[in-house]
Design a protein around this ligand. Structure first.
Ligand code: ADP
Ligand code: 5GP
Length: 208
């Protein structure tokens, strides 16, 4: 049995908007290839350059509500006045040995943790990481520097950041994102360590 490739990890990363979650995930992709980026559903309009089905599944309200009614979401939440949700099906690549990366907010992480608690084969593979900005001033600089949001949206996201940061203790790991390459290296180490958890192995895999 190849312990490192038997199945993947479910990595949930949260952190305030603009802290660098997508940048760190992309840097991680340079270090390790067996990744699946969970593609969330959202009613938020696409930013310039965001492709449907890649950044998000961009849905209208009716399409989103149809998924909700069908029970397709592992978790769902209203974030910064838009609806977001992770499809249950996004976790399945773990059975092909891929690490599944979820960039979701605090409400989403709490639901994932609760919903997977009754499913040990998933719960044992769950790793939660909070990405923290070096300071609020630096967060604002990054959010403004991205030039994708108007002033109202920036203010809403900064207010949300203050709230989100208070939940850092709910996460298994906290990374202060000074340098995205370094944060990606730390994430890779966290993923590596999680693969060796005793609760991932069953007696059957051990005997195989
Ligand atoms: P998030 O996904 O958390 O909303 P992004 O990855 O879009 O954040 O990053 C927000 C902005 O901050 C982008 O312009 C990005 O280039 C920049 N950025 C990301 N990580 C860092 C970092 N470690 N140092 C400086 N700037 C960063
Ligand atoms: P953005 O609109 O900047 O892409 O994301 C805004 C916030 O929504 C981020 O905090 C991001 O983590 C969160 N988010 C993205 N997708 C989901 C999702 O499927 N579920 C939840 N709960 N939050 C999400």
């Amino acid at each position: 049995m190849n312990q490192e490739q038997s199945s993947g990890i479910i990595l949930v990363m949260s952190g305030p908007s603009g802290v660098g979650k997508s940048t760190v995930f992309h840097a991680l992709y340079e270090l390790t290839q067996h990744l699946h980026f969970s593609v969330s559903c959202t009613t938020r309009p696409p930013r310039p350059g965001e492709e449907d089905g890649v950044a998000y599944h961009f849905l209208n309200e009716a399409q989103y509500q149809a998924h909700l009614a069908a029970g397709d979401f592992l978790e769902h939440a209203t974030v910064h006045a838009h609806l977001y949700g992770t499809l249950v099906s996004e976790l399945e690549p773990i059975w092909d040995g891929k690490d599944v990366l979820l960039d979701i907010d605090v409400q989403g992480m709490l639901q994932v943790r609760q919903n997977l608690a009754a499913k040990p084969q998933y719960a044992s593979r769950l790793v939660t990481v909070f990405l923290m900005p070096p300071s609020m001033a630096e967060l604002e600089k990054r959010l403004r520097g991205r030039k994708t949001e108007d002033e109202d949206t920036i203010q809403r996201r900064l207010a949300g950041a203050q709230r989100e940061i208070t939940f850092w203790k709910e996460y298994q790991y906290v990374l202060i994102n000074e340098d995205s390459q370094e944060s990606a290296r730390h994430l890779a180490s966290i993923l590596d360590a999680a693969r060796f958890r005793s609760n991932i192995l069953t007696q059957e895999t051990w005997n195989a």
